[in-house]
Design a protein around this ligand. Structure first.
Ligand SMILES: [Zn+2]
Length: 424
């Protein structure tokens, strides 16, 4: 079995007193981390010197639409409804599988080069996200977006075929109804039943805009989270993207059901929707995770930028600089998402027996210098450019800033050609 020893690095560890850094060697056997001192080095062992490098668990971006990365800056500074119904949806109708595929690879390069190793996707193009994820070496939870009156149509068939073809160690699937305004009650109940019988995760956009709340009260006589709870949609395998406009009672419901919230602060602010009441959610004990949403609504997939924005908006709007300290912010991009997908202890942490999804950052980069508080620098100073090497599932996907799984020049060429054809 392939063995890699990463020597002389500084590793980020979660302790009972929060995050600490310590000098330690990491041995990776197959896809698993061992922190035991390993003297059994043979000819096949790869030795990597990580002097002046900080090693963190790979970041987890728990909400995005991978195929939309090449729609970056395609629709900026527009009102939410003009953005979605006027620009994004009409453009999506014309896009090709090829566009989606190269767009995903562009997204993979952006995520890998900024320290993200795992993401949750909701997509519209059968197989493209899976293919790009498989080739890039990333880890993902992927879902074919479903809408309409009845689950059992073409899109669900595509979802099942994808699962059949691509399910692997790195690629898992998640049932993905779009939202309560685009899916009927019947469809959502069918998703609920399928998720139970298949023991699968499910994700949905919920409570994103003021209009959605208004419509929900008008049509269902209740707020979105109440509506979802009443039909039995919410449980500990449910991920609620956004939750911008949830009230106190809805937060209590989310907590009681054990569902996770994925907050996407940059996307919510870009689209003028506000942002989720995260400090209140955290004080109620809700499992809050961080996502970027798509590059069409962000405009990046960079989790370091997201962590910085996330922390600052809540400090600023609450006029309380003690809110969302770096320990909490790091949790939302590592341990909390691991818990949300049922992989606590396996993902999002550097510990014995965890899966080797690792990111090396160059501690000599100016943005991290000097090292007064390295943990704090991760959410308050880093911008992703410090990432130099990335390992997913025990295999390097980037070494010394070179992509090992993706032909960068080819992807940039194809994305430019396809964006020119479909978007300009
Ligand atoms: Zn979304």
């Amino acid at each position: 079995m392939q063995k890699t020893v990463i020597k002389n690095g500084l590793i980020l560890k979660k302790t009972n007193d929060g995050y600490k850094t310590e000098k330690a060697d990491i041995t990776v056997v197959g896809n698993t981390i061992s922190l035991e001192t390993d003297t059994l080095i043979d000819n096949d062992t790869q030795i990597v010197d990580a002097k002046d490098k900080l090693i963190i668990p790979g970041l987890i971006n728990l909400h995005t639409h991978f195929y939309m990365t090449a729609m970056r800056n395609f629709a900026d500074d527009l009102a939410f409804d003009d953005w979605l119904f006027g620009k994004i949806m009409p453009a999506e109708d014309k896009l090709s599988d090829e566009f989606a595929y190269y767009s995903c690879l562009l997204g993979a390069m952006e995520m890998i080069s900024t320290g993200t190793t795992c993401f949750m996707d909701m997509h519209m193009f059968k197989g493209q996200s899976c293919k790009a994820t498989e080739e890039s070496g990333m880890r993902a939870f992927i879902g074919r977006c479903v809408v309409g009156d009845d689950l059992y149509g073409e899109r669900f068939k595509e979802a099942l075929e994808e699962m059949e073809e691509y399910e692997s160690n790195r690629i898992k699937f998640v049932l993905s109804p779009h939202a309560i305004y685009s899916c009927s009650t019947k469809l959502l109940q069918q998703v609920r039943d399928e998720a139970i019988s298949r023991n699968m995760l499910k994700q949905i956009h919920a409570s994103e805009s003021a209009n959605e709340i208004k419509k929900s009260i008008k049509v269902f006589g209740k707020r979105p989270i109440e509506y979802l709870a009443d039909m039995g949609f919410l449980d500990d395998k449910t991920l609620l993207a956004h939750c911008v406009r949830v009230n106190d009672g809805e937060m209590d419901i989310i907590k009681a059901k054990g569902s996770s919230v994925v907050t996407n602060p940059a996307s919510n602010m870009k689209l003028g929707n506000g942002f989720a009441p995260v400090p209140e959610m955290l004080s109620k004990g809700i499992n809050v995770c961080l996502g970027t949403d798509s590059a069409a609504s962000n405009n990046t997939l960079n989790m370091f930028r997201e962590m910085g924005i996330f922390s600052l908006i809540h400090k600023g709007t609450h006029e309380d600089s003690t809110l969302l300290p770096s320990d909490t912010v790091i949790d939302t991009a590592t341990i909390n998402p691991a818990r949300a997908v049922g992989m606590e202890g396996k993902l999002g942490e550097i510990r014995d027996g965890a899966i080797a999804d690792l990111v090396l950052l160059d501690l000599n980069k100016i943005s991290l210098f000097p090292h007064n508080n390295i943990v704090s620098s991760l959410s308050n100073s880093a911008n992703g450019s410090e990432v130099c090497s990335v390992m997913v599932d025990g295999k390097w996907v980037m070494r010394n800033n070179e992509f090992l799984t993706i032909d960068k020049e080819k992807v940039l060429y194809e994305v430019d050609r396809l964006a020119n054809k479909f978007l300009r």
